[in-house]
Design a binder for this molecule. Structure first.
Ligand SMILES: O=C[C@H](O)COP(=O)(O)O
Length: 349
């Protein structure tokens, strides 16, 4: 499987008000329990809600603007427009460029789209660059659109390509076009670019689960479906591609052993503070031990030989952690239990 970070962006277009935005933010804040390092979730509210969204949404969900104004000449007076610089100043990290609605309704042409992509990147924004078949009769074809973008990008790390199909296109068409787009990038750029770039699907569909499992589909730009709890479901289904059996909010990335212990110790330490000597505490610690053992199927990438962490006991202000490697006790480590210590120390292995 390619190692491209899966990417799901909810584009709230112009269909929301303050209540809806607040509700959507709390749904995301409440459901997502862990940072999804290998899975990027982004939301794109209308510009009037960018500040509200950025200030109240959890930090590991990024925020995208649906557009920006590029100062074609020097700084000037452009009433009502919002520049890339303003977005950066607000803490917005992504911007959508070349959405079919901007192309159709505001006449944004390929060359402008390419220039906007380049300018946004130069200002430190990441870009969701849209190309598609949802254009006016006589509009440019997919290859021309993509070429106009490609010519303005040198580093693809911060660019996601969103494919917007013609209305009514089936999921089968989507998979075929994504494949062709990657082949085009392979032939016209490099194989490294073709393999690393994320191509996300930005069409109306109910087949998110199916599509998320296709090799060349690296995520979604979701319009209408991002305005309801369905969005969480879409993310769930995609998360499941990588972590079968998990749900959005329950999934966590494979953790290192030290991450796991650190997390358990933090929890144990908090319990200890609350209730220093109770049996209940001992029982909870026992539960934590089990939890660590139950996570043993998660292998530690950088230290392949360490397989289990199966002992965690309290001794005054310290905790003893025993590491077992393939059934044999490797070592016991005494670790300090204060929160500050745990946060700052480099104690493990
Ligand atoms: O920005 C998203 C695309 O325009 C798809 O929107 P949709 O999911 O409402 O069809």
């Amino acid at each position: 499987m390619a190692t491209r970070t899966f990417f799901v962006c909810g584009n709230w277009k112009s269909d929301v008000n303050t209540d809806a935005v607040t509700t959507l933010i709390s749904a995301l804040n409440g459901k997502l329990k862990f940072c999804l390092k290998s899975f990027k979730v982004v939301v794109s509210p209308p510009q009037v809600f960018l500040n509200l969204t950025r200030s109240s949404l959890r930090r590991d969900v990024d925020v995208a603007s649906q557009n920006f104004w590029m100062e074609m000449e020097k700084k000037g007076c452009y009433s009502a427009e919002i520049s890339a610089e303003m977005l950066v100043n607000l803490g917005i990290t992504w911007v959508i460029v070349g959405h079919s609605e901007r192309r159709q309704l505001w006449g944004e042409l390929d060359e402008l789209v390419g220039e906007k992509v380049e300018y946004a990147l130069s200002q430190g924004l990441k870009v969701i660059a849209c190309v598609g078949e949802n254009v006016e009769p006589g509009g440019s074809d997919l290859t021309t659109q993509i070429k106009a973008i490609v010519d303005h990008v040198t580093d693809w790390t911060n660019v996601v390509l969103a494919y917007q199909p013609a209305v009514g296109a089936s999921w089968k068409v989507a998979t075929e076009v994504h494949k062709r787009l990657r082949e085009w990038l392979h032939s016209n750029k490099t194989s490294a670019v073709a393999q690393s770039i994320r191509i996300i699907y930005a069409g109306l569909t109910t087949k998110y689960k199916k599509l998320s499992r296709k090799e060349n589909i690296d995520g979604f730009l979701v319009g209408e479906g991002s305005l309801t709890p369905r969005f969480l479901k879409i993310v769930d289904q995609a998360v499941n591609k990588y972590y079968p059996g998990t749900q959005f909010g329950e999934h966590e990335d494979p953790l290192t052993v030290s991450d796991k212990i650190l997390r358990a110790l933090r929890a144990a330490n908090a319990m200890k503070k609350d209730n220093p000597n109770s049996h209940a505490q001992a029982a909870r610690i026992w539960k934590l031990e089990r939890e660590l053992i139950n996570m043993d199927d998660v292998l530690v990438k950088s230290k392949k030989d360490i397989k289990t962490v199966n002992d965690l006991r309290a001794r005054n202000d310290h905790w003893v952690v025993t590491i077992h490697v393939q059934g044999t006790r490797l070592r016991s480590t005494m670790v300090p239990a204060t929160y500050e210590h745990l946060m700052n120390s480099n104690w493990i292995f």
